[in-house]
Design a protein around this ligand. Structure first.
Ligand code: PLP
Length: 393
């Protein structure tokens, strides 16, 4: 593909080549069986697919729609290869299962997407993998690193609490130790952060969130560079992990408008976060793009923007009314999966899930996803929720 700027790339990547009339996006190709003209042609295709080549050989190995999405996400993440999974959690699991063998040690950031802990404690640890959680900093990683650490799994900013971690510094540590660094890049949607250009080996996304963008599709992506591909490919093939081509088609459509949606999420979230930061009943806003946020300088250096997800804490005397605050909101849905066009609010209790360093903030904080509604409506809604809990206090 010719060199192009990122907005053009999002519009054009993974699309059919010209020459003959074709639809704008690749069509949905659904298949289990693929038919071949001869036995020899089938054998040749199977031989090529075992080398990792993208060939249309059987539904579980992807169809042309899956391969088109793989190519588009590879271009977005500036990696070398992408594989697609049925959910973001499946993508994370594929990375852990492929890069952690019995007697290996893995280091997982303490701010990881919480269900990853379950995979570690209920599956990896009983099978002889040692797991340590590290505080989200290079020093935190150094404190748990071992000579046999095979994989470091980071997420930036952290799930629910938005600590920014220094990816180039983690990458330097990983490289020196002979470990692979994987980064959950869902918050930045592969657009505002490029971990693979900052030394990471693996970038993971829950495409369920911003790439699909309409809260109706589950999908995960893993993009790699270098020799991180082979174990991932082997594990994915062995487990028969694949995603529906219809869902891949949704993701390809989502990619076309990703930049426009993200910019609106960004602007609106900054407006709401700024309003909350000035509110007398708010003790803290956890948003890395705010100048006084602890991770702000790293965010400014490594990211090119911010998305729509952040959190805030009610002032101490109101914290116990966090659930009542969320219940009082009219324009915010109460739900888990963010990244869609709609606003969401959810009370979160970070203290209950930390292992490396105790959570220093209040027991409950409120996570907001700012959607594409009119920001003034959202602010007025938050305002009336403050009045509602003010009357309870
Ligand atoms: C940061 C992050 N990574 C991964 C996931 C998992 O994605 P999925 O819901 O597609 O399994 C989530 C889901 O909320 C998430 O927030």
């Amino acid at each position: 593909m010719k060199t192009m700027r990122e907005k053009t790339l999002l519009v054009q990547s993974g699309r059919p080549a010209g020459g003959i009339p074709h639809s704008v996006n690749p069509p949905v190709v659904r298949a289990s069986t693929v038919l071949f003209p001869t036995v020899e042609a089938m054998q040749e295709t199977r031989r090529r697919r075992e080398t990792g080549e993208q060939v249309f050989s059987y539904g579980v190995r992807g169809t042309p729609t899956t391969h088109a999405l793989e190519d588009a996400v590879t271009a977005l993440e500036q990696g070398e290869r992408t594989l697609i999974y049925p959910s973001g959690l499946a993508a994370l699991s594929a990375v852990l299962l492929s890069h952690a063998r019995p007697s290996d040690h893995i280091a997982v950031i303490d701010t990881v997407y919480p269900p990853v802990r379950q995979l570690c404690s209920s599956y990896l640890v009983p099978r002889g993998v040692e797991v340590s959680y590290f505080a989200p900093s290079p020093e935190g990683l150094m404190a748990v690193l071992r000579p046999h650490t095979s994989l470091i799994l980071a997420e930036t900013p952290g799930s629910g609490t938005f600590e920014v971690v220094d990816i180039p510094a983690l990458a330097a540590i990983a490289q020196k130790n002979g470990s692979r660094l994987a980064v959950d890049n869902t918050w930045a949607a592969g657009f505002f952060l490029k971990p693979l250009t900052q030394g990471a080996d693996i970038s993971i996304q829950a495409a369920t969130k911003y790439i699909c963008g309409h809260s109706d599709t589950m999908l995960g992506t893993v993009t790699v560079r270098g020799d991180a591909f082979t174990p991932l490919f082997e594990t994915t093939t062995m487990l028969g992990l694949c995603a529906s081509p219809t869902d891949c088609y949704d993701a390809l459509k989502g990619l076309r408008t990703l930049e426009v949606r993200l910019r609106r999420h960004e602007q609106s979230a900054l407006q709401v976060a700024g309003w909350l930061a000035r509110h007398a009943d708010v003790s803290e806003v956890y948003h890395p793009a705010l100048a006084d946020s602890p991770g702000h300088s790293i965010w400014r250096r490594d990211f090119t923007g911010s998305s729509g997800l952040f959190a805030f804490a009610l002032s101490l005397q109101l914290v116990e009314h966090s659930a009542a605050f969320v219940n009082a909101l009219a324009h915010f849905g109460i739900g888990a999966s963010w990244g869609g066009f709609e606003s969401l609010a959810l009370p979160v209790k970070p203290g209950s899930i930390r292992a490396a360093a105790p959570w220093a903030g209040p027991g409950t904080i409120i996570r907001l996803h700012i959607g594409l509604e009119d920001t003034q409506d959202l602010i007025e809604d938050l305002d009336q929720a403050f009045s509602h809990i003010g009357a309870l206090a």
